[in-house]
Design a protein around this ligand. Structure first.
Ligand code: DX5
Ligand code: ZN
Length: 220
């Protein structure tokens, strides 16, 4: 997968879990290649969502060319990397706030043959991206834990600062409140992957919604 290509990455958090495979196939038929999967543990963030078993079931339902982008909102993520890699994650992103072992965890993800992502919450300064080498920098544009929250425009300046820190080859992903309007500013600020949950799966027509966001982001 060419990492500098822009992608809208539908988040299954807002999908109908009883129809997960069909819903994901629909957006993939519309052009989506990266599917975002939110793992929450009830500690790092209050909600509990899914674990490796659901990720594995989703992997089985996806075509081979789908990239499964697993976003861990869990404490001590370094203890779970192997499980999620075995479940079929292609990329694993964890939070800088969730472990003191950033470099170790990034290495563990790469050793498990996955792309290594590091995420920061809105209140976390971006300087951490200068200290370690991540393949993907995830800037939360809402406080993590729930879909459907309003986009935080204050985070656009952070995206710009992260882009200046990481150079052109690192994927910058934004997550939270992304829709056909806010995605334009995110792309201008230097983001290249755009997570969209409620704006896609909460829409009456997820395929049309996906296409509209992808067009607004300038995805080819
Ligand atoms: C929230 C999750 C997001 C969530 C985004 O903590 O990380 O991926 O699905 O949902 P929307 O796009 O509805 O803000
Ligand atoms: Zn997410």
């Amino acid at each position: 997968m060419p990492w500098r290509t822009k992608h809208v990455t539908p988040s299954i958090l807002s999908a109908d879990f009883a129809q997960l495979a069909a819903q994901v196939r629909e957006v993939m038929d519309a052009g989506a290649r990266v599917i975002h999967c939110d793992v929450m543990d009830g500690h790092f963030v209050p909600p509990i969502t899914m674990g490796p078993m659901v990720v594995a079931a989703l992997r089985d339902a996806l075509p081979d060319d789908a990239f499964l982008d697993v976003h861990l909102m869990i404490d001590r993520p370094e203890r779970q990397i192997e499980e999620f890699a075995k479940a079929g994650a292609d990329g694993i992103t964890f939070h800088a706030e969730a472990t003191p072992h950033l470099d170790y965890t990034l290495s563990a993800i790469r050793e498990a043959d996955c792309r290594a992502g590091l995420a920061v919450c809105p209140g976390t300064p971006p300087a951490v991206f200068a200290e370690v080498d991540a393949d993907l920098a995830l800037c939360m544009t809402v406080n993590p834990g729930w879909g459907g929250q309003p986009f935080l425009p204050s985070q656009l300046d952070k995206v710009r600062r992260v882009r200046a820190l990481v150079g052109e080859d690192t994927t910058i992903e934004v997550d939270g409140g992304v829709n056909a309007q806010t995605v334009v500013d995110c792309a201008d600020a230097g983001a290249t992957w755009f997570v969209a949950g409620s704006a896609v799966f909460g829409a009456d027509d997820p395929v049309a919604a996906y296409r509209e966001i992808a067009a607004a982001a300038g995805c080819s």
